[in-house]
Design a binder for this molecule. Structure first.
Ligand code: ADP
Ligand code: MG
Length: 323
């Protein structure tokens, strides 16, 4: 069942759950989850098989704030970053899992077309010798003054750097993802007719020891690069990266900015090398798109969340194709 349908891996950006101006209440989270569920269920109605993944930057930041307050005010020990990642996967996975379930019920797709909606707590392998471990660059969590930062780095071994916006912030490595530990289970569930939510936040970063055993590391994985690894391993047809901008642009943010409609992977790589796409935002999306089509994918699309459907129909967004 479902094997002839095209498989689309949909990567939801940070704006999918907490949009600009939101306080971040549960009501807002639900409202945003239902918006995402609406168009995802539309794609399912159109006969696509779907695997959903999502970012978790804002949520891991919030979890870090909660843990810090708990530690300062009640002496509750903070959890590690890999555990915070697992928490965010459960949190956002649950929201999508329930809103999608309800949307599919409403559209009469549940049971016939779709057997169920499941979230997989996903561990993603990174290499313990990835150069990123020597040079942590990714800012996470709250801002501290120098004294607090020094204390935390003594007590917990955290690394701090001055933040361009002032104060000190924890920095962690962002290693390249290799593969999801749960990939075979994800594949099986898709083949059996389930909508799968997986690899949230790019996956929980884990390393393998010489005996092949796993352990979590204090790092974060870029969700777009994680999505590419999963999409390629699943032999998905399309990687659909949804964000808060309609297209990727050349000379972005300048009077000369120019939207990009269709790019061969080789052209995209050329522009990438020229520095048109900012590291940590559009850069990894373009790189994920290039890697996906180089690894056998048909098409990668970068589009605004609200235009997901039109983008899949070729009407908007930036498309990266093989070649
Ligand atoms: P997400 O949470 O969806 O991953 P990001 O903030 O990481 O969102 O990436 C989307 C952002 O990338 C856009 O809001 C835009 O400001 C930024 N960006 C950087 N370079 C470019 C570019 N060349 N073209 C378009 N957007 C760009
Ligand atoms: Mg991003």
């Amino acid at each position: 069942m479902g094997k002839s349908r095209k498989l689309v891996v949909v990567a939801l950006g940070g704006n999918a759950f907490q949009s600009k101006g939101d306080r971040g209440t549960p009501q807002e989270y639900w409202a945003n989850a239902y918006k995402a569920a609406e168009f995802i269920s539309k794609l399912i109605e159109e006969e696509y098989n779907i695997v959903v993944t999502h970012g978790n930057g804002p949520q891991v930041g919030i979890i870090a704030e909660w843990m810090m307050l708990g530690m300062k005010q009640k002496d509750i020990p903070p959890m590690t970053l890999d555990i915070a990642g697992a928490m965010s996967q459960g949190w956002l996975g649950y929201l999508l899992q329930q809103s999608l379930y309800n949307k599919l019920k409403e559209k009469g797709l549940f049971g016939s077309r779709v057997k169920g909606v499941v979230t997989i707590v996903t561990q993603t392998i990174v290499k313990s010798d990835d150069p990123a471990f020597k040079d942590p660059t990714k800012y996470i969590g709250p801002w501290y003054d120098k004294e607090e930062a020094d204390k935390l780095s003594r007590e917990l071994g955290w690394v701090f750097k001055p933040d361009p916006r002032g104060g000190y912030r924890r920095v962690v490595p962002s290693p390249d993802p290799v593969i999801q530990v749960e990939i075979d289970a994800i594949k099986k569930l898709v083949e059996d007719g389930y909508v799968v939510i997986a690899d949230g936040g790019g996956g929980i970063p884990v390393v393998l020891n010489e005996k092949g055993m796993l352990s979590g590391v204090e790092a974060v994985i870029d969700k777009d690069l994680g999505a590419e690894r999963m999409a390629s391993a699943l032999k998905a047809n399309i990687l659909l990266i949804l964000t808060d901008i309609d297209k990727a642009y050349l000379n972005y943010g300048t009077p000369q900015q120019k939207p990009l409609d269709v790019l061969k992977a080789s052209e995209a790589l050329e522009y990438y090398k020229q520095g048109h796409f900012k590291p940590g935002s559009m850069g990894p999306k373009i790189l994920a798109g290039i890697r996906f089509v180089q690894n056998g994918g048909e098409l990668a699309i970068i589009a605004h969340l609200e235009n997901a459907y039109e983008a899949l129909k070729g009407k908007t967004g930036t498309r990266i194709i093989p070649g």
